[in-house]
Every structure is written in structure tokens, then in C-alpha cells.
Design a protein around this ligand. Sequence first.
Ligand code: GN1
Ligand code: MG
Length: 372
Amino acid sequence: MTENLKIQDTDHLVAIAEQFTRLENVTGIQAFGSGNINDTFLVTLDCPEEKHFVLQRINTQVFVQPQLIMHNMRIFTEHVRERLQRTPLNRRWEVPRVLLTKDAQDYCTDAKGSFWRAISFIADSQSFDTMRDTEHAKEIGYALGMFHNLISDLPPEKLADTLEGFHITPLYLQQYNEVLAKTSPRQSPEVNYCLQFVSDRQTFAHVLENAKATGKLPMRLMHGDPKINNVMFDTVTKQAVSVIDLDTVKPGLVHYDIGDCLRSGCNPAGEETEQWHSVYFDTDLCQGILQGYLSVAKAFLTENDYAYMYDAIRLIAFELGLRFFADYLAGNVYFKVKHPEHNLTRAIVQFKLTESIESQETKIRAIIQDMK
Ligand code: GN1
Ligand code: MG
């Protein structure tokens, strides 16, 4: 048992984990990953065929209808399984499975009302918080492209909206303005930088929602959170084998995903760095990701999709910074933090990244143009 969990926590967790087992015994349980919203644990079993599974407590302050997540996951996994059976790929690709409880439910609740669910662990795989090289970048892009490709024929209206307002930048801006009206943040050069940064980009915040409203970009299905560490890599072949974290798979713009994948993948310092002076957007990695993405996604993209790619990259970096900064001002109520200034530092990292994207606009647009 791990040191970072207290004995009583561990006993409670084992009891929950056992709800999702049959004949196997739980031999270990440890905190897992670096999620900012849900609590995630890796459960170890005494079963050679399936040594691990992932147990998660869904944050119901954020996901107010967690049953919808499970509903979407069922439809999504069923669709992709059928697709892959019909047209198998010539390389390893897996989709996390939802595990059922002893009484055949896809979640269980505990005495405190917490919502727990279990998902299969992609065996012999690992994820990364930062990119190794352009080969890695191509694989990340391929993974997102494959993810989009496999659901490109699933009608968006079949999936529920698990998180209303997610990636609607003007809404985040509105919430930010509301928080700002209620608080008087402690003045500092960092806070002033953020205030000015947001104030200068009020109009830009609407770019994707305007494109959606005017029919330039269609509603499709998206992953919602395809950041670099949600792509699993085979430990031997080093190829991408799965995209995990399916809580926000729902109707939306693929541009939110393209933007999120690039803002997380092309920031070599990583989103948790404290060294925000050294944050920059790496255009070689950007080229690698887009190359991998388009090798699978070209088939369903339109001229307008390309036209908005640059804006998507810039917007999602800005949006995440805005979300972190608004949460800092609100007293850290949404994202988990390790210290009170954590969300402020995270916001500055995203704003520095946005600045770097803006200063390389011509180059990034040329990369996109050359790849069509
Ligand atoms: C949150 O919890 P996690 O790490 O999977 C957030 C994403 C952000 C991400 C930044 C539901 O994802 O939108 O991009 O943090 N998820 C939600 O690391 O808000
Ligand atoms: Mg997530």
C-alpha cells in the first residue's frame, strides 16, 4: 500500500475497488496520474490476465450529472469497437473499457455520496507530461486523428452534454468578469499582467463561437481534453495506442481538441512549470503533431477547418490561462491546487505560451497551409 494514502483511506478505497472485482483480490492501490479535477487511483489485482484497473472518484461539483459520462462512454466504446471489428487497423489501438460492479452497474456510490467508476488500464503503456521529440509529436497527432476518425461517423446528438459551457470561451470570459466584479485581487506585477492580458483579448475570445454560430465550423464529436498526458504509448514499440480520459467526449468543435493538443504538446516546459520566463511554443513539435494528425484526419476536414486552426491553437492556450486565472481570483474552487498561488502561476504559463503563439503567427499559419 502506498505511503501517501492513510490506512483508513486505503481500507475505504479497497472496499470500493472490490465492488468492481469478481474472483480477484485487490493487492494494492495508489494515487495515479496528475488530474486536476477527479481523484484517480491505480488498483493492482492478483490476476495475471488483468493486473491493474483504474478507479476514479468523479468530481460531482464539476460533473453534476456523472451518469451522463457513463452513458456517453458506453455509446462511444460500443461504436469504436464495432468500427475496429469491421475495419481493423494494422497497428495496436485500444479503447478503455468500463468495468461493471458486482451488481452490473457502471458506477457505485459510497456512504458519503461520492460517485465511483472503474475503467480498464491499457496494459504495458505509459503517458508523458512533455514531448520527447518530433517522432513523439507525430504519434500524439496520430492518436488525436485516429480518435476523431473513429467517431467521425457517430452522430453528435447521440452523446449527451456532460459539461455545459465547456470550451465556450465567451462564457469563461463572462464568469471571469463576474468574479472580478466581486473580488479585489491583491495587486502584484503578476496579477496586473494577467488582468491586462485578458483585457486585451476580449474580442478575440469569440472567434470560434462566432465561426460556429455562422456555420463556418460544424458541431462534431470531440474528446474535450486531449492533452499530451491523455495519450498512452506502448512501452515497447513507443507508438501511441490509446487516448484516455473520456469524461468530456461530447458534441463540440474538433478545433477545441486541435488547440488543446497543440497547446499542451508544444510547450516543452510543461504546463506545471514555475519557470514561466522560459515558456515558448515549439513550432517543430507543432509541425510534427499536425503531420501525424492530418495523416488520419485529412479525410473529414474542410477548407474552413484549416482556416481556423491557427485561431484554435491561440484561443485554447488563452482560454486555459483565463480559466486558471479566474479560478485563482475565485479562491481556487475548480482546479485542484498544491498552494494558493498555483492557479496564478498556471495562468501565467498559458499566457506566456499564448504570447509565443501570437509572435509566431506567420510561421504557424505557413505550417498549416503547407500541410493541406
Ligand atoms: C483539467 O483534470 P484534468 O487534468 O483531466 C480540465 C481540462 C484542462 C486541464 C489542464 C473537466 O483536466 O479542461 O485543460 O485540467 N478538465 C476539466 O491540465 O475542466
Ligand atoms: Mg480530463
